[in-house]
Design a binder for this molecule. Structure first.
Ligand code: CUA
Length: 322
């Protein structure tokens, strides 16, 4: 009994010191969550060790020895019952309050945060920046400034997860949710979809590219120039930036995707047997929804691209010239 009381007193004495462990670093949610996790781990492991040691100790000390009869019949002990109700209750309330405190801090976005809109779709992420710049599956941000991501979905439920920044949030059609993080060093950090959203779920990979301020400004400047370009130039740039040339080529060679050379108004046989002319409407529609209009003899591997009408017209303008 004395041992138990001493251990309980020691545990209660330890609690306040553990509580201050996560007070540090709420400007850095990564640190706050890590501290929180370590605190949970410490408390839970200590409890487990305490109970296990007691079980081993008691079963050795009070085991039935040779020639012994039945033990005494003990009918309750009010003090003991109060202790083993109160102590776990205090610990659970403490952990609950701490979790709520970290969560509340995590939902408070710093005022000077850089805001980026991210929209999940089957299967990828559309990223729109304050200046109207757009990227797909790539979020570029400057180092040392908090970043707020406004999150939504175009079609079904997705969930956006960046392990390096310890953030995860649902992307819900018709609703905007948000997360924020504080990139403290340059680098590339993977982001995932963590909600099963169809056969392309595992393809929903993105990356957060944290850049030095000067590099970011240069990139931003270049992208802004792209927005102001005349249609033909803009189309050429889009085709290069979106990675179209990773599969399609402009030389006429036969590869895993139809060549862009001479594509405009070419007679095209589709996988479903229809023959169409690759005109403005077909190309615009194919960029948005490639699965239904795949060309015969080619795999259905092209992902959909969310271009504005103006952007797909620009792409067509460029394809006309090939
Ligand atoms: Cu989107 Cu899984």
């Amino acid at each position: 009994m004395k041992i138990i009381l001493t251990l309980i007193a020691a545990a209660l004495f330890l609690l306040p010191s553990l509580a201050s462990a996560d007070a540090a670093g709420l400007s850095d949610p990564v640190k706050a969550w890590d501290n929180h996790w370590h605190m949970f781990l410490t408390i839970v492991t200590s409890l487990w060790a305490f109970v296990t040691l007691l079980v081993v100790y008691m079963s050795l000390k009070y085991r039935r020895k040779k020639g012994q009869g039945d033990g005494a019949y003990i009918h309750g002990n009010i003090l003991l019952e109060i202790i083993w109700t109160a102590v776990p209750l205090i610990i659970i309330i403490f952990l609950g309050v701490q979790s709520w405190a970290v969560y509340r801090e995590q939902t408070k976005v710093p005022k000077d945060a850089y805001e980026v809109n991210v929209e999940g779709f089957m299967w990828g992420w559309n990223v729109t920046y304050p200046e109207g710049i757009k990227t797909i599956n790539e979020i570029r941000v400057p180092v040392g400034k908090p970043v707020k991501i406004n999150l939504t979905s175009k079609d079904v439920l997705h969930a956006f997860y960046i392990p390096a920044f310890r953030i995860q949030e649902e992307a819900i059609p018709g609703r905007t949710t948000y997360v924020w993080f504080n990139p403290t060093q340059p680098g590339e950090f993977p982001a995932y979809c963590t909600e099963f959203c169809g056969s392309g779920h595992s393809l929903m990979l993105a990356k957060v590219i944290v850049m030095q301020k000067a590099d970011f400004d240069a990139w931003e400047g270049k992208q802004k120039e792209g927005i102001a370009l005349p249609p033909l130039e803009k189309g050429k740039k889009l085709v290069a930036d979106l990675g179209c040339l990773g599969c399609h080529n402009i030389t006429g060679e036969k590869t895993s995707a139809p060549t862009f050379k001479g594509i405009y108004r070419r007679d095209t046989v589709l996988a479903d047997g229809r023959t169409v002319k690759a005109d403005d409407a077909y190309i615009a529609n194919h960029i948005k929804d490639p699965k239904t209009t795949t060309v015969n003899g080619y795999p259905k591997t092209m992902p959909p691209y969310n271009l504005s009408d103006e952007e797909s017209r620009a792409v067509v303008e460029y394809l006309k010239t090939l």
